[in-house]
Ligand binder design. Structure first.
Ligand code: AMP
Length: 213
């Protein structure tokens, strides 16, 4: 099964993608995570990507597309995958459609996690991540048991640089301009399914499960 998660930054795509990945036994591929790992490791790609990410802009397609195609070509993706944060532009979506078509394949579901902007801004303020194990929390909606400490591994939680309020506004603007058109693109392909992303984490997951079967 090949699944794409669509939705604004902070809509909860990553959180849901992790759970779906576990439940359905398919890899969770987040281009944002791949870029952040490159930044952490000080690679050339990381240096280039960071400049765009820190400003809330998209990393150019030339740096993103090859990376993604390479990743989905790995053997663990043979049984499918869930993409979180890719595609983010129509050209990216077209490249993916063409790459899949070469083997007579296609995306099975594009799940749009729908959350209004006002809600997103509130959520992003509380978003915290564990730099050690990757777990995600929200101080308001899904707080850790002990203040600022990861429940799973005990590391100190951090706020992503690009979750700072000034960057969030830019990321939302970029989302509406460049990524939202993908909703119509996948609707035309007949694979779009929309879920109400303002529900609880479990509520959203149940809605997605109903779609995936
Ligand atoms: P995310 O973790 O998905 O919110 O991504 C964080 C940042 O990484 C985005 O704001 C972009 O700057 C960059 N990024 C991630 N995925 C892509 C993509 N498919 N195309 C361009 N930029 C991306």
């Amino acid at each position: 099964m090949k699944i794409i998660m669509l939705g604004a930054p902070g809509a909860g795509k990553g959180t849901q993608a992790k759970v779906i990945s576990e439940k359905y036994g398919i890899p969770h591929i987040s281009t944002g995570d791949i870029f952040r790992a490159n930044i952490k490791n000080g690679t050339e790609l990381g240096k280039k990507a960071k400049a765009f990410m820190d400003e809330g802009k998209l990393v150019p397609d030339e740096l993103t597309v090859e990376l993604l195609l390479d990743r989905v070509g790995k053997s663990d993706c043979e049984g499918g995958y869930i993409l979180d944060g890719f595609p983010r532009t129509i050209p990216q979506a077209e490249v993916l459609t063409e790459a899949l078509a070469k083997t007579g394949d296609k995306v099975d579901f594009a799940i749009n996690v729908d959350v209004p902007d006002e809600h997103i801004v509130r959520r992003m303020k509380g978003r915290r991540n564990c730099p050690a194990c990757g777990a995600s929390y929200n101080l308001e909606f899904n707080p850790p048991k002990a203040e600022n400490t990861c429940d799973k591994c005990g590391a100190e939680l951090v706020m992503r640089d690009d979750d700072k309020p000034e960057t969030v506004a830019k990321r939302l603007e970029v989302y509406h301009e460049q990524t939202q058109p993908l909703i119509a693109y996948y609707e035309q392909q007949g694979v779009l399914r929309t879920v109400d992303g303002t529900l609880s984490m479990d509520g959203v997951f149940r809605a997605i499960q109903d779609i995936l079967g």
